[in-house]
Design a binder for this molecule. Structure first.
Ligand code: FAD
Length: 288
């Protein structure tokens, strides 16, 4: 499906994110099991992450995007990071994407691993977005955004200024970092509108189902944990089934509220767990 068409309508888009399985998880082969489960929720697209640190050699992103497209008939978005790639590396990747018929890219800066030297051709996602558009303007380019501000930013205002620049460079659609308080997203959306960021913004929702994984995620991305969620995590910390149910209900509530507030789209971070996505989509199906 053409992403321009997906966002050129009044109902919200529903999309999913997966990551390439690690070798110790059975490698790329196990992705079929994940995708068999996820296809049931009929997403408008599935995006696949690109190995942190950004090295084509250790990333199966393109292979998985081809599987999403060819075997499942679902539109793929390939994530692509630039901080650890040279222009030559990016040329190779773009050529491979084009040859595989994958025309949608989520262009990201990425984060360096401790001790890793950047390659210096691309300092920010905006550089990659311009580069992709010059390489071949038919690529549909998406970018990341941060309802609570990116951890490196001085302020939310400066972050939104940079976001506007990414859109001016050619980003056609934004996917947000996970957040647990919808008010943060609504404030951010308003600020984007004032700043002239006029492309669709999908809300990133992560149904995390263990206290440890929430704490790990928020320490990495800087998202805040509202007291309602924090109480729930403490109350059910040692009751995994109760915690899973409560977290699914929390994420579902967030999504229903976002739909009621005319969100452009919901992007579910599935953590490669189709069961959770299916549970959520069963409830929201009549609202699509
Ligand atoms: P940028 O847009 O470059 O922003 C980074 C910081 O620099 C911000 O503070 C911004 O305000 C500032 N900035 C931006 N442009 C400029 C400029 N031109 N001049 C000066 N300052 C500027 N990581 C992975 O490794 N693989 C993935 O697949 C992946 N997928 C992601 C998907 C989503 C939806 C999100 C939200 C994040 C994802 N990440 C992924 C994490 C991402 O790489 C990190 O958050 C990274 O720190 C920033 O990436 P970015 O593209 O937002 O960077």
């Amino acid at each position: 499906m053409d992403l321009n068409e997906v966002f050129d309508r009044t109902r919200p888009c529903f999309s999913l994110e997966i990551f390439p399985p690690k070798d110790h998880q059975g490698g790329v082969e196990t992705i079929y099991e994940t995708l068999d489960g996820l296809k049931e929720v009929r997403p408008e697209f599935i995006s696949c992450t690109y190995g942190a640190g950004g090295n084509l050699a250790d990333s199966s992103t393109i292979e998985i995007c081809s599987i999403i497209k060819e075997k499942y008939g679902i539109t793929p978005i390939s994530h692509l990071t630039c901080v650890n790639n040279s222009k030559e590396d990016i040329d190779v990747i773009l050529t491979r994407l084009k040859a595989a018929g994958i025309t949608n890219i989520l262009a990201l800066r990425g984060d360096l691993k401790p001790g890793q030297e950047p390659k210096n051709d691309f300092a920010h996602a905006s550089d990659l977005i311009s580069y992709i558009k010059h390489f071949d303007s038919s690529f549909y380019v998406s970018a990341a955004c941060y309802p609570e501000g990116h951890p490196d930013s001085e302020s939310i205002v400066s972050d939104i200024k940079m976001l506007k620049y990414k859109v001016d460079c050619g980003a056609q659609h934004l996917i947000s970092q996970l957040f647990f308080n919808n008010e943060d997203f609504y404030r951010f959306r308003e600020r984007c509108a004032i700043a002239g960021v006029n492309v669709p913004i999908e809300a990133g929702i992560m149904p995390v189902t263990s206290k440890q994984s929430i704490l790990r995620m928020v320490s990495m991305c800087g998202a805040s944990v509202p007291s309602k969620l924090s109480k729930l995590l403490n109350r059910f910390e040692h009751k995994p089934l109760a915690l899973e149910e409560a977290c699914i209900a929390y994420a579902t509530d967030q999504i229903i509220d976002l739909i009621s507030n005319d969100v452009d789209g919901i992007h579910l971070y599935t953590m490669n767990r189709p069961y959770i996505a299916q549970r959520i989509f069963k409830v929201i199906e009549p609202m699509r």
